[in-house]
Design a protein around this ligand. Sequence first.
Ligand SMILES: [Zn+2]
Ligand SMILES: [Zn+2]
Ligand SMILES: [Zn+2]
Ligand SMILES: [Zn+2]
Ligand SMILES: [Zn+2]
Length: 316
Amino acid sequence: MERIRLDQAAQQAVDDYLEYRRIVGDDDGGTLFTPEEYERYKEKVIPQRTKNRLYVSYGVPGGMDCKLIGPETECFCTHRYKEHKTDFKTVPDERPLALPCRVGGCRCVTYEYLPLIGGSQPVRCRCKHTAHDHSEGTGHTCTKCSSSCAGFQSSYTCGCGQPSYGHQTLVETRREREERGLPVGQDVPYVAMGGLTGFSSLADGYLRLDPSGVGPPPASVLYPERSGSFQPHVFEEAYGNTSVSSGQVDEASSTGILQPLPDLRTREEKDMAYFERRYQERLKAERMQRVSASRGSRASSKPSRTLPGGKARDTR
Ligand SMILES: [Zn+2]
Ligand SMILES: [Zn+2]
Ligand SMILES: [Zn+2]
Ligand SMILES: [Zn+2]
Ligand SMILES: [Zn+2]
């Protein structure tokens, strides 16, 4: 497999760009912010985003969350969650809270998840036509049936055992989610995180043995003898990011852009791998900072992203 090597500075630039995209999304209107604009944007938007984060899930009211919606999860209108309105200065009081699509010409009035059969095939309406054949606007009327379809409705049975028409897409605030006794995850600066609160969030509810969606503990807990080195999360190991799990981290492969994680099946999964990696990097940077503070100048305060042969001597 061909790998492109990047020097440290180029790699940092790639990482910075990815981070920028995750934070800004499309809010720059296609023209990159200047560094000053970017700083102003972050100062203004991140506190508001953290405070007003909306959690989006799909399930039967009163039941489990069958699906947690992430930035890349498609809506009935075929656009992704991140293409809908997700940032609010003040969260409106009305419920259900509408998150309209922001793509020009799309008449979608609020984000609505459409289940996928086997993880890829969108369900069809009882009239046999696909969601595409139905209007994305209110009522989801069929454009192919003149009168026999009263609006998109699928008889598909979800993994939870309930028909999909009994499900709804729920948008809730942090407080509302906490009141349901569900996890709200860590504060993240990224746009359109939706319902992702942990690293098993993408699994279907009935498969997520851990009902919280927080996921399994990090490898440093499972394998304490390896602690101190960069810990690939169980998620990445499960999807075969062998360059990390074998301890031979290649600079380019660790950015994930020039050498995309080839075994991740969907954009949703790549997304989770990205968030997970950033989280692990932040933990590592914090650990390195503590090490350098306690040892004076031994360790650089700028964390290296690569593993010297998979072994780290700075256990703590
Ligand atoms: Zn749309
Ligand atoms: Zn939509
Ligand atoms: Zn129909
Ligand atoms: Zn139809
Ligand atoms: Zn369900």
